[in-house]
Design a protein around this ligand. Sequence first.
Ligand SMILES: [Zn+2]
Length: 246
Amino acid sequence: MARMDRADGHRYFEGLAVAHVLGGLDDSEGRVFRAHLLECADCRARVGELRAIAHDLADVERDEHRVRAAQVIETKRRESDDAEDDLEEAPTPTRASRFTVLGGLLFLVGLSLWNFTLHGEMTQLEADNRNLVNAGVLRETGTEWRSAISDGDVQGVVKEDGEDFVVAVDGLDPAQRYGLYVKDDSGTIAHRFYFGPSEEGRLYRLFPLPENADRLLISDPEDTGDTPAEPDSEPSGDTVFEARRP
Ligand SMILES: [Zn+2]
């Protein structure tokens, strides 16, 4: 237990170490952290590492500036031959510093790409998560449609709140593709969704409710030689689930 307490208490100082190196601590935090440094070898080592990293990054930046300055001077020199003698000798960037700059830039590009990828994945996860949460709420509180089950194995429920509807269906074949269709009161298909069920044979999903929605069908498309058969723009094959709006 005591160890856990120490680990938790120490995490606070680990957080301060970065701010300390970057000069971001206010007076009182700075005092507390410096007092801690005197008695903690771990934090002294960490601050040392962070300083070394900060130092390397500053070097990269300085090299980059030097290369740019050299390029500017080089360009100016080409532009005006007359002024050639007046110019100071430009510091020639060494091959090594060019590689440092290139390495630093590649590192930054890599970091931002990685960030971008992470951000995209997070956005997708958040969207999926929101869909599930909303589906859960609607499933609890929504108005239930009257279901007519055509296939013995398939059981499901459809609920709506006037804006969205949620479909929760079990007992589907995980190896099959299905078409979900919502027809309006004139019989026109107002919404279609092609899907493969989860490994458990389930579909659980929230959709916007089409205007004048009247009934929902899930059909197991007619076998056309493709495996699995792809659903069509109209229901085909067997209707495995059907629900009518009350
Ligand atoms: Zn410490």
